[in-house]
Design a protein around this ligand. Structure first.
Ligand SMILES: [Zn+2]
Length: 343
């Protein structure tokens, strides 16, 4: 038997710098003008991770990452074309890392004078995704993999991405759901993966959370669980808010699942949970971590990231486990083989 292997998929949601990141709140992306959008974080993240890759090489590890770049109605609204972020950043990222597509379903509201997350108008959603994909393709950017903005999917989005020919999507957060929140007047951040299992699957046309026969492969991201009475109070707060604001029911629970994103590593308790997940994983399993470029502008963000990877490397060494960093194409291939073996 060969050495046990831990597969690691670290990817970047390549959004512009978000407002209020420094205040530690949930940052929004509801900018209304191109001039107020900055991409300093993205350029910084590329050069930071490039240097990090060299450092990893020095200790014998081949670091890989994937940047999911924005192309959507907001990008078109702000810059005049769907492909503008790809035109600006594709080449510089592609020199070192994989590039995928990160569409946010932002729609401009004339009434509220802001961008908000469109979750319901499926005709609009389908048209935007198809037009956007076609525009990317006709400009030479043939994307094969996606990570949705806010990790949001519904039956229409997943079928549309499958129909246009995407091979894999990395948005599912098994067990996690969030009813959305208001950032000023901008509604954002709704997703529902409450009924999804943590293993790759071809989604069902009438239920994106469950296995079916769509061509696209959904590759779930890693989530970890939190339990207890505080969780119950939190869900009660969410349930009340979402009912009052959105007339939406949200279940009360003592148990919640969260994605492994960089800011959650601030908590030592979360770190321990994620460490457990990592070292319990079986061969051919994988663990995912995602970050936003602007988080690396912050020294705390950078040290969280470095410590996470370096701690993982040294623990792997102690345990005699080989670490393999995967880009989107490699994780897709691994997920295909995992998926086949469950049939
Ligand atoms: Zn995003």
């Amino acid at each position: 038997m060969g050495k046990k292997q831990l597969n690691v998929f670290i990817h970047v949601d390549a959004d512009p710098d978000r407002e209020s990141i420094s205040e530690g709140r949930f940052p929004g992306l509801s900018t209304s003008e191109a001039s107020s959008q900055k991409w300093d974080g993205l350029l910084f993240a590329v050069s930071f991770l490039e240097k990090f890759t060299e450092r990893m090489q020095d200790i014998g590890l081949s670091f890989k990452s994937t940047f999911f770049l924005r192309a959507d109605e907001q990008i078109k609204g702000l810059y005049g074309t769907y492909s503008e972020a790809f035109r600006k950043f594709y080449d510089v990222i592609k020199q070192h890392f994989c590039v995928g597509w990160h569409p946010h379903l932002f729609r401009w509201s004339n009434r509220d004078r802001c961008w908000h997350q469109e979750c319901n108008d499926n005709e609009w959603i389908r048209k935007v995704l198809v037009d956007c994909y076609d525009h990317l393709k006709s400009n030479g950017f043939c994307v094969q993999f996606s990570k949705m903005g806010w990790c949001f999917h519904n039956n229409t989005t997943i079928k549309t991405l499958s129909d246009v020919g995407l091979m894999g999507d990395f948005s599912a957060l098994p067990g996690a759901r969030y009813p959305g929140r208001l950032e000023g007047k901008s509604f954002q951040d709704r997703y529902d993966w409450g009924n999804t299992d943590p293993k790759p699957y071809h989604p069902r046309e009438d239920n994106y959370q469950k296995p079916g026969i769509l061509k696209i492969l959904e590759v779930p991201l890693t989530t970890y669980g939190v339990n207890g009475p505080l969780v119950f109070l939190y869900t009660a707060k969410l349930a009340l808010e979402s009912y009052i604001r959105f007339r939406l029911s949200y279940p009360l629970s003592f148990h919640l699942m969260f994605p492994v994103a960089l800011p959650v590593l601030l908590s030592k308790k979360n770190q321990r949970k994620i460490d457990e997940l990592m070292w319990e994983s079986k061969e051919s399993d994988y663990i995912t971590l995602y970050l936003h470029p602007d988080e690396l502008l912050d020294t705390i963000g950078r040290s969280l990231f470095e410590n996470f990877v370096l701690r993982m490397a040294s623990t792997a060494d102690e345990k005699g486990i080989r670490i393999s960093f995967l880009g989107a194409p490699e994780l897709y291939s691994l997920a295909c083989s995992m998926q086949m073996s469950w049939r």
